[in-house]
Design a protein around this ligand. Structure first.
Ligand code: COA
Length: 164
């Protein structure tokens, strides 16, 4: 069973090691820790082991998903969906109305996740990310001399009810 809770200090290092495995230029541990321990970011555990996390920030009536990562051995079990649903519930309980995020244009699995969670595409930032040259879709790299990748901006409007 997957249990979702706010981060405790003891959760940060294990979550950071999941984060680092996925990033070309990972944030420092200090930056990750500050985001994780902000009282709204969430960690998912199975049998007391960390299997994923979602980093969130919040301003006025808006929540932003800064990052979501599930351990590579634990994917396609619905863990990201549970983390997102918990974030929606908490945001609604805090009176928030919108959730925003940015995602790499080539990140098909995350885009599927977000669309199926009710996010809609609202914009694009050209050449926003440093491109990951070994990714499966090099055609999406828009500037080959200084490789960059577009960011998609997505938004979810939270219903005031408990349904997602
Ligand atoms: C994106 C990610 C968080 C999904 O985590 P997950 O726990 O495997 O996702 P779930 O099992 O909850 O899947 C929920 C939905 O996401 C979509 N999805 C997840 N992985 C997918 C894949 N590899 N291909 C296509 N769709 C995928 C599907 O719609 C899935 O629903 P379904 O299983 O009913 O078809 C995970 O792949 C990950 O950590 N990726 C690396 C980090 C990353 O890119 N984070 C996003 C940063 S913006």
């Amino acid at each position: 069973m997957v249990v979702v809770s706010p981060f405790s200090n003891a959760d940060v290092e294990a979550a950071y090691s999941i984060f680092k495995q996925e990033r070309i230029n990972p944030w420092s541990l200090e930056t990750f820790e500050k985001s994780a321990l902000n009282d709204i970011s969430l960690v998912a555990k199975s049998n007391d082991a960390i299997v994923g996390y979602i980093l969130l920030s919040s301003v006025l009536d808006e929540t932003t998903i800064e990052d979501i990562t599930v351990d590579s051995t634990q994917r396609r079990k619905g863990i990201a969906r549970i983390l997102i649903a918990s974030s929606f519930d908490n945001a609604r309980a805090a009176g928030q109305e919108h959730v925003f995020l940015e995602v790499r244009e080539s990140n098909a699995s995350a885009i599927h996740l977000y669309r199926s969670s009710g996010f809609e595409l609202i914009g694009e930032r050209k050449n926003y990310y440093e491109a990951e040259l070994d990714r499966q879709h090099p055609e999406l790299v828009s500037n080959k001399s200084s490789p960059r990748e577009n960011a998609l901006i997505m938004k979810k409007v939270l219903s005031p009810l408990s349904a997602n």
